[in-house]
Design a protein around this ligand. Structure first.
Ligand code: GLV
Length: 340
């Protein structure tokens, strides 16, 4: 290849972090957040050797049809339901995510949402800003206590575990449901007990969703699941829109079948179900659980590490550190160890 390989970055990130690419790559970073059509995405991907993308870029067979030079798609997110891994692997294109660097920030935010909704921070602040605080009433703005209440976690990967560890300080017993049981040492450290999904739904006072969106987990929480929860319970979704049936959730919240919800993600976001917008017993936030200064920079840096390694540069040359589809390297059209 003549000249430097080109890296396309689908959104503005952090110039000083991206500068690490300059030695070996030509970098083209979009100056604005744009929702690209499939055809626009295909044109962008056809014109680069590596792409750093985010969750709003859905990349499958159609988008890579003309991407003859593309070697790696590095996703700015731990979840990668926006990537069709089979299509990428079949084309010999590597994919990576930003696993682990965001665990603690996301766990912090999960608690921020849960506590905020429990203590009604959102409506109380709106009320204050609207100039309605004329007197302090002793029995106004009563919320939920945490201590002694059961925290249920659906999906007990590293983020779920980080959330569970924080529960110890709040004096909350933790139950979890996961595809597989955690090693006993981790269960002990998180003070968490494995239960089946039915028990999780029935016993949780706060139900935290931390699982990836897959065909299997779509609408894992629908009308039937909501009906089996305590009417005094709260649902917290920091995972992905689509895991919860938002229609059913809005109905349960409006009908008093569920006390509250705290949501960072939505079906069809950035659109939010209009009935959820109208309810005061749900705290809504715009998909920002990983959005701390340090973590968003670390995510960018990890995506860059993956690109650099893919092109045979840096200490991890040839082994993108958070590669999702090792099979793509086997079937790759490219000589992965060439220095271009
Ligand atoms: C954010 O939603 C992520 O998957 O990192």
């Amino acid at each position: 290849m003549s000249g430097k390989p080109r890296v396309w970055i689908s959104r503005p990130t952090f110039p000083d972090v991206v500068a690490r690419l300059d030695e070996h790559f030509e970098v083209v970073e979009e100056p604005h957040e744009v929702k690209f059509s499939s055809a626009e995405l295909a044109a962008k991907l056809a014109d680069c050797d590596a792409a750093i993308v985010g969750l709003k870029e859905h990349i499958g067979a159609a988008e890579i049809a003309d991407a003859k030079r593309l070697r790696i798609v590095a996703n700015l997110g731990v979840g990668y339901d926006n990537l069709d891994l089979d299509a990428l692997t079949a084309a010999g294109i590597a994919a990576s995510n930003t696993a682990d660097v965001l665990n603690e920030s996301v766990a912090d935010y999960a608690w921020a949402l849960m506590l905020g909704a429990a203590r009604r921070v959102g409506p109380a602040e709106r009320w204050l800003r609207a100039g309605q605080w004329k007197a302090t009433e002793f029995t106004q703005w009563l919320g939920m206590d945490m201590r002694g209440r059961t925290l249920g976690i659906l999906g007990m990967g590293r983020i779920g575990q980080a959330i569970a560890r924080r529960a110890i300080g709040f004096g909350m017993p933790v139950i979890y449901h996961n595809r597989s049981r955690l090693p006993e040492s981790i269960e002990r450290e998180c003070a968490a007990r494995l239960v089946d999904k039915t028990t999780l739904l029935r016993e949780s006072d706060f139900l935290m969703l931390v699982l990836p969106l897959t065909a299997e987990s779509r609408h894992a929480i629908g009308a039937a699941e909501l009906a089996s929860m305590k009417p005094t319970a709260m649902l917290v979704n920091i995972a992905r829109g689509g895991i919860v049936d938002d229609d059913a959730l809005a109905a349960a919240l409006a009908g008093g079948k569920l006390a509250a919800a705290a949501l960072d993600v939505f079906e069809g976001e950035p659109a939010v179900h209009p009935s959820l917008l109208a309810l005061d017993n749900v705290l809504l936030s715009p998909h920002i659980a990983s959005a701390s200064h340090g973590t968003r920079r670390a995510m960018t840096s990890l995506a860059i590490d993956n690109v650099i390694a893919m092109f045979g540069f840096g200490p991890q040359a040839g082994r993108p550190p958070t590669l999702l589809n090792p099979a793509a390297l086997v079937s790759s059209r490219f000589d992965l160890h060439s220095k271009n």
